[in-house]
Design a protein around this ligand. Structure first.
Ligand SMILES: N[C@@H](CCC(=O)N[C@@H](CS)C(=O)NCC(=O)O)C(=O)O
Length: 176
């Protein structure tokens, strides 16, 4: 299995965390986001990372997360109950409106409601949602230097006890 990866990319971080959580052996092929190799467009016409190559090519971080969760069920990311699974998928489907749009608006210096989004972030119910949102919360704290609301800070501290999340925090600290 190969992951086409970029250390700065929070979407790639979702996949890095899942691969580490599940102890899946893989090779990482790092690309430079500012100078993308031509071959990335052959794998994924949008040129975006992450891309997983597991004998077939799979882009889109949330889809990759679900694929890995089905292929390597332990430890599970999605909850067992169908209603809870649907709720988790819905939160990740709505990532842009729940966090992404305001995170990137803040980063660009545009008007944003990032503080409000962080204050009400729907995390803490299941690992699928937590892994999908954590990369941006980590970067908000470590790169954007935002003081997290107390609830979110203690959620991240608890999550950071998982080695896969701790590794991502260290990786981001190395970038900033
Ligand atoms: N919806 C994609 C988004 C991936 C994405 O935007 N990746 C960024 C790097 S963090 C990228 O490759 N951007 C390149 C571009 O927008 O041209 C996913 O979830 O995998």
């Amino acid at each position: 299995m190969r992951l086409i990866d970029a250390p700065r990319c929070p979407y790639c971080a979702r996949v890095r965390i899942v691969l580490a959580e599940k102890g899946i052996e893989h090779e990482r092929v790092e690309i430079d986001l500012r100078n993308r190799p031509a071959w990335i467009y052959e794998l994924n016409p949008s040129g975006k990372v992450p891309v997983l190559d597991d004998g077939f090519v799979l882009p889109e971080s949330a889809v990759i997360m679900e694929y890995l969760d089905e292929r390597y069920p332990e430890p599970p990311l999605l909850p067992a109950d169908p209603v809870a699974r649907a709720a988790a998928r819905l939160r990740v489907y709505r990532f842009d409106e729940l966090l992404g749009d305001d995170y990137y608006a803040f980063r660009r210096g545009d008007a944003n409601e990032l503080a409000a989004r962080l204050a009400t972030l729907p995390v803490g119910d299941d690992l699928f949602t937590d892994v999908a949102f954590a990369p941006w919360v980590i970067r908000a704290r470590e790169i954007l230097r935002i003081e997290l609301p107390a609830r979110l800070a203690s959620w991240l501290d608890g999550l950071a006890e998982r080695p896969a999340i701790g590794e991502e925090i260290e990786l981001v600290r190395g970038l900033s």
